[in-house]
Design a protein around this ligand. Structure first.
Ligand code: HEM
Length: 393
């Protein structure tokens, strides 16, 4: 019986694993069919735990600072077990198609404004409404320095989306493999945190299911917004964008059997895994407040302010998530953004002439650009380090 059928059976049968087994066509369509809530990353986890336990992490982090481009050889001096793992992990999957990845990069270039806005600030705010992730971030080493954390995370979307993401001179492979190592470290470290034991139930974080949840706050969320905003797209473009995120899911250690094969499957899986994984937390409110504070500082004084930032954020993530995250309602700005943003999109896509665009749309565009710039500038110079401790208290 192949894995997909087995998963379907589990779902229908409602066995112990059935309730949350994924019932959508997967990228590779086969696999052992285990419930993704109880699967982590068997390649990376024991290896990184051992690096931490034997004190190799500082040396490895220093060496990996020089590994910054997809085409660079792995640095000399890495522990042999890590080198063997990374040699395998850096290889794109056999089903990756370079010309489709090129098409995805081209799609990114033409739609950069929306994609950067949604992948950067949009995803940043959404992910703080995933209690498990918000707590995991809050109690991990990087949670102590939100500024640094935002910068590092934003690197990801840009490395993947940039024009040469998966080309030899790009960074998508490097960033994904490093992130896989960081996540493996977090799985080893967080269960040792007393705060995590208290708020996270002490379980091992970042399961395959958790990874899928976050994955859907990236491409699935983005695609839904592009459709909602009526951004014109061809089937070839949306297909290429999905392929880009298929490859990225694989590079992040998500098993092929769980990766949704089509947009319809992604929608179905998103509806299945996201609602139970989202909600309000104290940590999410605090992370969002820090994030929006930093964003409003970024905007030019006098013209754009925190109410405007609040309204644009609410528009990006919707009322439910905005309310969970404690984003205040803005009686003046909320309706303005709601009515002007679609007109801005229509103008940008050459669907309406300039006179139909209200003046306020340009203020909104300026704020959106400031958001993006914030992510881009903060995101550039930092590297991704494997943590060896939790958040110091
Ligand atoms: C670290 C991306 C899923 C929790 C990172 C980093 C990146 C990243 C780029 C490295 C940046 C840094 O060092 O701060 C992603 C992507 C995901 C994903 C693209 C899925 C598609 C998750 C999930 C969780 C999680 C599901 C938790 C439930 C963390 C934590 C760190 C981290 C705790 C380390 C923070 C620190 O101590 O600095 N992630 N992540 N991530 N991620 Fe993820």
């Amino acid at each position: 019986m192949n894995g997909l059928n087995r998963r379907r059976m589990l779902l229908v049968g409602g066995g112990a694993l059935g309730a949350l087994s994924l019932a959508v066509p997967a990228r590779a369509g086969s696999g052992p069919g285990a419930d993704p809530r109880w699967v982590w990353d068997e390649g990376a986890d024991p290896l990184v735990a051992s690096l931490i336990d034997r004190g190799d992490v500082p040396k490895v982090n220093t060496l990996l600072k020089t590994w910054t481009r997809n085409d660079l050889p792995l640095p000399d001096g890495l522990p042999p077990d890590l080198r063997a793992f990374m040699t395998k992990a850096r290889r794109p999957p056999p089903w990756a198609d370079q010309s489709t990845l090129e098409a995805a990069a081209d799609f990114h270039r033409t739609k950069a404004f929306y994609l950067d806005l949604l992948n950067g600030p949009g995803n940043g705010i959404l992910s703080t409404a995933i209690p498990k992730e918000a707590r995991a971030v809050h109690y991990s080493k990087g949670g102590a320095d939100m500024n640094d954390r935002v910068a590092k995370t934003s690197l990801f979307g840009f490395a993947v989306g940039s024009l040469n993401g998966y080309r030899p001179a790009g960074k998508a492979v490097v960033t994904s493999v490093k992130t896989r190592l960081v996540h493996a470290a977090v799985r080893h470290l967080l269960p040792q945190s007393p705060h995590w034991a208290r708020t996270g139930g002490g379980e091992i974080p970042i399961s395959q299911n958790d990874m899928l949840v976050t994955w859907h706050t990236l491409p699935t969320y983005v695609m839904r917004k592009l459709i909602e905003w009526r951004v014109p797209m061809t089937t070839a473009q949306t297909g290429a964008y999905l392929h880009l995120w298929h490859v990225t899911a694989h590079m992040l250690g998500i098993r092929d059997e769980y990766i949704p094969a089509t947009w319809a499957a992604a929608d179905a899986q998103s509806d299945q895994v996201l609602p139970p994984a989202m909600g309000p937390t104290r940590e999410g409110v605090s992370l969002t407040d820090t994030l929006l504070g930093m964003l409003s500082e970024q905007t030019s004084p006098g013209r754009l302010n925190r109410p405007m930032v609040n309204a644009l954020s609410r528009y990006l993530v919707g009322d439910q998530v905005a309310d969970w995250n404690g984003i205040p309602r803005e009686p003046v700005w909320d309706p303005l953004v709601r009515s002007a943003f679609p007109k801005l999109v229509a103008f940008r896509e050459k669907l309406v002439p300039l006179p139909l665009v209200p003046e306020i749309a340009w203020v909104i565009e300026e704020a959106a650009r400031a958001y993006i710039l914030f992510y881009l500038t903060k995101g550039q110079p930092v590297g991704i380090d494997i943590p060896e401790i939790n958040r110091p208290t």
